[in-house]
Design a protein around this ligand. Structure first.
Ligand SMILES: Nc1ncnc2c1ncn2[C@@H]1O[C@H](COP(=O)(O)OP(=O)(O)OP(=O)(O)O)[C@@H](O)[C@H]1O
Ligand SMILES: [Mg+2]
Length: 1011
């Protein structure tokens, strides 16, 4: 089988028990070996019998004792309880035997027992033909330590077992102990006896029930059935649901309502660990019916039985000896007739049915039988007869069971089945409100818990309790608040054992399928599961799928065009995943990746990240690196954060691989592209320097010119640096030279496009325009040429940027047409980044044209769209442009907000200056002056002017000078005119006609005393 090993072990939640003879060496010394052997054999027999009675497995004999496991190979949801029962029986039986030995050979003999619960790896171990099933893990060691710690004649258990057995067992807290091999002190308990709880519902009752929610319809069905019984029609109702859905609770609530109305209710319950004891539930029911209490003497019991039966029907006199005998109080004067076991059972069944059908009954009674799925055969047969005999009586029989039990009597006309559904989202919310309270800090918790538990109230209660224990919730039950966000809620041990037991009851193929499915995803197609599990579509496969659907593990989420299945329960998936060994899981992950590739030939790009993650979990590192790179490339500038994360992933994966041409290229590429996202998203300087150095080292060693050119872009050319125009332009020229030397056309285009920006910022519009023409010429009309190397589409960029030049030269109509064309290319090429820049430039163009309303609307819309990109560079740019349009519209306060946000965003990501900071500062200064903070405005504008001059950033210089002029005028200082003269001169020199116009307008307004 591909993907999944057959028998190489599983992770399981179990309880491990160690028992030994205390002081066996001393004992052995004074004893004839033969005699001693006999004693030990008897001792082992006692221990083994106790283990087997509670369906545990004797894992090994330890010389003077045993190790036993409960919950493996077959999981039992009550493994901890079973171990405790077995321990109690061992202590009793060994004590009896020890008394015998004291009287005989005069030996002093006792046993010590240690118990612990937790995860083990269970499976066959050994080599050749001698492999044996055994459990291994820390859990085992700790159980052994408990045994060593225990006093003679006592059983000690750890907090893990106590957590599961609490309430069912009486425990005495012995405090904390330092245990060798355990990292923290262990809370130790002594097993003192059987506790008062018999079912989970008893336990809930002890803890305090949560408020009862929902179940209106089901209650109505039960009420209807009761009415029928009251009309002497008789009725039987069966409630079916998975563990924890609330069968017992519904029955309990209904029983309480009946009792309040004076209707008698008799109950009994089958127990998982007591299946081997015949008729236990029937006995319980009869004791409840006759009102027999624990301390009643035999005579009283007989009187109770006789009194109740004879009042109903004197003919019961004949049945009395049998009933006495069955209930353990045989009447010495009326011995029961010698009958075969079979005949006795028949007689007993007859008597019980007659009790139900007794003609003189005036009042209705309710008989409640819980957990039929654990019923022994004798009781089950009796129950079947009882249900058939309620017809025409005043009896209402209510039973409940889990879906794996099939009731043969379900077709009886008086019977009605209710399949109990999980709680809906509203009921879940109400239940959580009841358990946890309504503190606003827990907003959203109900939805999270509902999603994880799929509305199973038991799971809901346990998860919330688990969160409180883990400290995520603080406060009191009913009034918690969130102290720590819930990231991984885990699966509480109590829930895990229930789910693991359900999974273990599946047939081997179904279980294998479920495990494979748990690795793949929440939803999967029939074909992909077939491939991943290695089970070709066969009858076996179909039958196993049916088993999983019928068992409520999976459901059909889609039928067309192909069958898709989904886990009904996220927790089942987690448990099924967790039961597998790492190797097996890894193999399935790899198989899942291959199935994804094979089954989705048209969707490789879109699935690349998922494929990569399965490959990684599957241990296929090279494949994982390749698919991560592909996913990163696909995310590109449209999803820069994903892209950065995926490139980082590809780099880390590559680090673990042997150096080959491919891995070297990948190592360089993954670093380069992370650097390429540094100017969009920000990156800390140290990391940037490290990535650069590493990439440079490999690229130089391998003579990779292509990468060296890109590295130069990343270190000296990219945006987001405090560039000085001359050096910047030199660096651009150098990268172009490197790119041309590499001969790679795409690279030549990409680098020219990226480098052209330096011309713009330095106010060299002619050089800018020339570079853009080169880009377009080299691309030869192919919009994909050079795409995705540094920016998305160089052609889209060049088309936009030529519009920018036109705008700066004051040719607004042409600029508009150009921007529209650029937007078309960017949209067609799936390049939201360049689309964003284009809209930014378009908004400013509209402002210059005087379309202020349209400009602000577009700038706002652009901010919204750009927000989704998650890219700091573009968002800051969009906000700055919005600020520009707001200033033009006279909304200085709004402008200041936008511009401060733009600045804050950029500064948080890029700390040491950038090519746009002077431009942003100029705008911000105007906004400051506009809101009456002209002193601050002046200071900022003068700073920006100084910086722009020093760096020769001639594009923004006229703007900052204009801001100086406005602020000077506003503060009543001289020199506004001088600043404007300089601004005009630079605008004229660079050919920025639009700036020149702006300067002249400002001259007029400043002259008129504005603002
Ligand atoms: N409608 C409900 N409102 C509030 N709490 C509920 C509701 N139904 C069940 N619960 C709680 O959920 C827990 C599990 O319920 P219950 O014991 O009735 O499940 P079950 O179906 O009988 O499970 P099992 O098959 O294991 O016996 C209990 O603590 C119970 O109080
Ligand atoms: Mg129950």
């Amino acid at each position: 089988m591909a993907g999944i090993g057959k028998d190489d072990g599983e992770r399981k939640q179990v309880t491990v028990l160690f028992a030994d003879v205390s002081g066996s060496m001393d004992l052995a010394e004074g004893q004839d070996p033969e005699e001693w052997r006999k004693i030990m054999q008897r001792f082992f027999a006692i221990l083994t019998e106790a283990v087997e009675r509670f369906e545990g497995t004797v894992d090994k004999f330890t010389g003077d004792g045993i190790m036993a496991v409960f919950g493996a190979p077959i999981a039992h949801e009550d493994h901890a309880r079973r171990a405790c029962y077995a321990a109690l029986q061992m202590l009793d039986d060994v004590a009896d035997y020890a008394a015998e030995l004291r009287r005989g050979p005069g030996l002093n003999f006792s046993t010590r027992i240690g118990i612990n619960s937790g995860e083990v790896v269970a499976g066959a171990i050994g080599s050749g033909g001698t492999s044996e099933y055994t459990a291994i893990g820390h859990t085992v060691g700790l159980a052994q330590r408990m045994e060593a710690l225990a006093e003679p004649g006592k059983a000690y258990l750890t907090e893990s077992t106590a957590e599961l057995a609490h309430g069912y067992m009486e425990l005495e807290d012995l405090g904390q102990f330092e245990i060798k091999g355990a990292s923290r002190p262990v809370q130790v308990f002594e097993l003192a006896g059987v506790g008062s709880a018999r079912s989970r519902l008893d336990l809930s009752r002890e803890r305090g029930f949560s408020g009862f929610v929902g179940r209106g319809e089901e209650m109505a069905v039960l009420e209807g059935a009761l009415e029928r019984a009251q009309r002497s029609e008789g009725a039987a109702v069966g409630i079916v649901a998975e563990p924890g859905i609330g069968k017992s609770r519904l029955c309990h609530e209904f029983a309480e309502r009946c009792r309040e109305r004076g209707i008698e209710v008799f109950e009994c319950q089958a127990q998982a660990h007591a299946r081997s004891i015949p008729f236990m539930p029937v006995l319980q029911m009869l004791r409840s019916y006759f009102g027999i209490a624990d301390g009643d003497s035999e005579r009283i019991v007989r009187e109770k039985i006789a009194g109740r039966t004879l009042l109903l029907d004197p003919e019961f006199a004949e049945d009395l000896p049998l009933l006495f005998d069955f209930l353990g109080v045989p009447d010495p004067h009326r011995p029961v007739a010698q009958l075969s076991a079979e005949a006795r059972h028949r007689a007993l069944r007859g008597a019980v049915c007659r009790l139900v059908r007794a003609p003189d009954r005036r009042e209705s009674i309710v008989a409640l039988v819980e957990d039929l799925h654990w019923m022994d055969e004798g009781s089950a047969t009796l129950l079947g007869e009882l249900i058939s005999s309620v017809e025409g009586t005043k009896t209402l029989a209510i039973v409940n069971f889990r879906p794996e039990y099939s009731a043969e009597w379900a077709h009886t006309p008086t019977y009605r089945g209710i399949s109990l559904k999980p709680l809906g989202p509203n009921d879940t919310r109400e239940l959580i409100r009841d358990i946890a309270g309504e503190d606003p800090s827990m907003d959203g918790l109900a939805e999270l818990v509902h999603e994880r538990t799929a509305g199973n109230p038991f799971f809901i209660e346990e998860i919330v309790r688990g969160l409180a224990e883990a400290g995520n919730l603080e406060g009191e039950r009913g009034a918690y608040r969130l102290a720590r966000p819930v990231e991984d809620a885990g699966v509480p041990a109590s829930v895990q054992t229930v789910l693991a037991a359900r999974i273990d009851r599946l047939g081997p193929t179904a279980k294998h399928l479920l495990q494979a499915a748990s690795v793949t995803s929440k939803e999967f197609s029939e074909r992909s599961l077939g491939m991943v599990s290695g089970l070709k579509q066969s009858e076996d496969y179909d039958a196993a799928l049916c088993e999983l659907i019928d068992g409520g593990f999976l459901y059909e989420a889609e039928l067309y065009p192909e069958r898709v299945f989904a886990f009904r329960h996220p927790l089942t998936r987690e448990v099924a995943y967790g039961t597998q060994l790492a190797d097996q899981r890894a193999a399935t992950h790899a198989a899942t990746a291959r199935a994804l590739i094979e089954l989705n030939p048209d969707r490789h790009d879109e699935l690349a990240a998922l494929i990569a993650s399965h490959m990684e979990s599957g241990g296929e590192t090279l494949e994982a690196a390749r698919w991560s790179a592909r996913a990163a490339y696909w995310a590109g500038s449209s999803r820069p954060q994903d892209a950065l994360r995926l490139w980082r992933k590809a780099m880390v994966l590559t680090e673990g691989l042997e150096e080959t041409e491919e891995t070297q290229a990948m190592a360089v590429m993954s670093r380069l592209l992370q650097l390429d996202f540094a100017w969009r998203l920000g990156m800390d300087n140290e990391e940037e320097a490290r990535l650069t150095a590493e990439a440079e080292e490999i690229a130089t060693r391998t003579g990779d010119l292509h990468s060296l050119a890109l590295l130069k872009v990343a270190t000296d050319v990219r945006p987001g640096m405090p560039h000085k125009a001359p050096a910047w332009l030199d660096a651009v020229a150098e990268t172009i030279r490197l790119a041309d030397a590499s001969g790679d056309l795409h690279l030549r285009i990409a680098i020219r496009a990226a480098g052209s920006y330096a011309h713009l910022c330095s106010g060299d519009f002619e050089g800018f325009d020339r570079a853009l023409d080169e880009v377009l010429e080299l691309a030869g009309g192919d919009p994909r040429a050079g795409a995705g190397i540094i920016i998305g589409s160089p052609v889209a960029w060049a088309t936009m940027a030529k519009g920018l030049v036109m705008r700066e030269r004051g040719r607004l109509e042409e600029a508009e047409a150009q921007f529209n064309a650029a937007l078309r290319v960017a949209t067609e090429q799936g390049d939201p980044e360049i689309a964003s820049w284009t809209r930014s430039n378009q908004a400013l163009m509209l402002t210059m044209r005087g379309d202020l309303e349209a400009a602000t609307a577009l700038a706002r819309r652009n901010c919204e769209l750009t927000e989704r990109l998650g890219d700091v560079f573009s968002r800051s740019l969009a906000l700055s442009n919005l600020g520009g349009t707001q200033i033009a519209a006279g909304d200085y306060a709004g402008a200041l907000d936008s511009l401060e946000e733009a600045e804050r965003l950029y500064r948080a990501a890029v700390s040491d200056g950038d090519e746009m900071e002077t431009w942003r500062a100029g705008l911000r200064s105007e906004a400051l002056t506009g809101v009456g903070r002209a002193e601050e405005g002046l200071e900022l504008a003068e700073w920006a002017t100084g910086v722009a001059r020093e760096r020769d950033m001639l594009w923004s210089l006229p703007l900052t000078l204009q801001a100086v002029a406005i602020a000077r005028a506003a503060t009543g200082r001289d020199g506004a005119g001088i600043a404007l003269d300089e601004a005009a001169e630079i605008a004229r020199e660079t050919g920025a006609m639009i700036s020149l116009q702006a300067v002249e307008t400002t001259r007029e307004t400043v002259g008129a005393g504005h603002p």
